[in-house]
Each structure stands twice: as structure tokens, then as C-alpha cells.
Write a protein that binds this ligand. Sequence first.
Ligand code: NDP
Length: 335
Amino acid sequence: NQQIQLVSRPMGEPTHDNFKLVEVPVPELQDGQVLVKHLWLSLDPYMRGRMNDGKSYAQPQPLDEVMIGGTAGEVVASKHPDYAPGDPVVGMGGWQLYSVVDGGQRGMMRKVDTTHVPLSHYLGAVGMPGVTAWVGLNHIIAPKAGETMVISAATGAVGSAFGALAKARGCRAVGIAGGPEKCAYAVNELGFDACIDYKAHPDLKSLSKALKDACPDGVDGYFENVGGMIMDAVMLRMNAFGRIAVCGMIAGYNGQPLPMANPALILVSRLKVQGFIVSEHMELWPAALKELGTLVGTGKLRPRESIAEGLAAAPEAFFGLLKGRNFGKQLVKLA
Ligand code: NDP
């Protein structure tokens, strides 16, 4: 087995020195255990937070151990009655080629149906990121038909699912993304009604004007993935009693400060601003996965993937995710 370990904690941007590729033996299977060969690794922004040692909602990634992370793969050996060789499974196997999983540990691994949904999508639109969009939209924002929903990082794993879900609720969906290519994809492929290229609007005045044009009736729901100036610009366009689901603030994940230009807008516009963590809403996952599976299975949501090849490519692909080099869900494909 080969795995990538975190060997030091990044100060600011992570670098190759923070990681090490090591050979490790595959442990012998005990009763109740399953050996999984990973076919896909999921790379997700939250991993940057886990690399820090500070206080957070999740435990830090321990040093000199395999990097945590979502995986999709295939059972190759099983000493658990519920699993057989060949079963497609998703789990939290980490940045390695194989993992040994306790088959009885609920939540650590689940079998998936790849008849209508390709295996890799269970790490994206029909997995944790898709459910994140679902929870933020339905549970926090609670949209009404006809309202305007805005999301930043609109073409990413979470954002692309959000667009399809907001349209399914009868809302106007407006994305914010980096670059003309991503914006064209948001409108032409993902079904957003409009998409704003924030890189073409480098100051608050220009970005908020672009939002005004794209949201003539104002903004009722905002799904925040980025923070900083993008959040300031959307706050200026929020309608009275608007709702903001704070899902992520990726612009600050390497330690950049994220001051808020005008917090008084929360009062003036009587906004509800709520952060959430998708893993704290397990009761909502089955309904969310069912709807997302149907959207993908019927072709109404066609998520895009950025695929890096081979385990050794994982760190570099992760650095790219924090810089917007990914286009859609960032994955690593293992041989
Ligand atoms: P994405 O696939 O959207 O990839 C990240 C994207 O963020 C990049 O492609 C880039 O898009 C954008 N980005 C990166 N840096 C910046 C920056 N400085 N300014 C503006 N945009 C930037 O990732 P996910 O869909 O997996 O995650 C999206 C967000 O959701 C993240 O903030 C993540 O932490 C959060 N999240 C939160 C969860 C929760 O439970 N609260 C669960 C899952 C995800 P572009 O090129 O368009 O700028």
C-alpha cells in the first residue's frame, strides 16, 4: 500500500514539504473487516482547516498519519457478511491506495448503486458536497418559488448542485465564479440564470453593480462559499429578511484576514446569517441524496470533474483547489 501523510503543518499556503508519500503494509483482515481498493480520492477545501492545529469544529489531522479524505472504490476482500468482492463503496479511506474498514461501523462506509450514477459522482454531486448544497438551500435558506438565490464558487462541487436545486425550487439562480469560461458553463450547462465573473469586477462598487444587474429584484438567499469582498458585494444587494447560509470562506483558508465591510447591513436588512456543517445534519442526508441521485440519474444535473492522475498528484491538485484551478469537483484517479 502507498499513502500520503501530512508531516508538517502549513504556515499559510500548503507546499509539497508538508506531505510525504510512504509505503506501508496492508494489515491482515480481521473478522468483520473489509479491504477496499480506492479508485477515486475526493479533494475538498475543508482539508486545509484540518491541517491546522487550532480550535475548530473538527479534530486536526494528526501528523505522520495518512491524510484523511473521502474515497470511492471497490471491495477486494471481505470478512463481513454485508460486503462482497466487487461491491462499489464510498467511505473515508484517506489519501492511500487501499484501506481496511470495519464493515459494522455505520457511517464509515456505504455501498452505492452505480447503475445510473457513476461511482465518482458519489464524492461530488451525489455525496457530501451535493448534500451540503441541499442542506444550505433547504434547511438554512428555505427558499420560496420566485425568489432569487445567489451562490459563490458557483461551478464547484457544491455550487453546481446548488444551481440545479435552486432551479428545481422555482427560484432565480445567480452564480459568482472566477473567469468567463466558468461563467459560461454555469449558464449553459448548469442552468444558472446568470453568472458573474468576479475577476472581471475587482472592486466592490463594480461587483455590486454587476449583482444589481443580474438580480433586478434583489437577493433573497445567499449561499456563501468564499467570504471577503464577494460577501460584501452580495450583502449590499440582500432584500429585507434575506437569509445567508455560511457554508465556507475559502478566501481565508490559508490564514488571509476576511474583514466584513459593512456588518450593519445585517441589522438594516434584518438578515438571518447562519453557519452550518453538513455532517451535523445526518438526518437530512437520505432525502438529499435521493433528490440529488435523481437529478444526476435523469441528466438534469451533469456535474463536471477535474481529474488528477495518480496518488502522488494529490497534493498539487489540492493546492490548485485552493486557487480555483479546479473546474468542478476535484478528484484524484488512482490507476
Ligand atoms: P469547489 O469545487 O467550489 O472548489 C473551490 C473553489 O473556490 C475554486 O474552484 C474557486 O472557484 C473558489 N475559490 C478558491 N479561492 C478563492 C478565492 N480566494 N476567492 C474566490 N473564490 C475562490 O469546492 P467545494 O464545492 O468542495 O466547496 C465549496 C465551499 O463549500 C468551500 O468553501 C468549502 O469549504 C465549503 N464546504 C463546506 C461544508 C460545510 O459543511 N460547511 C461542506 C463542504 C464544503 P472560482 O474559480 O470560481 O473562484
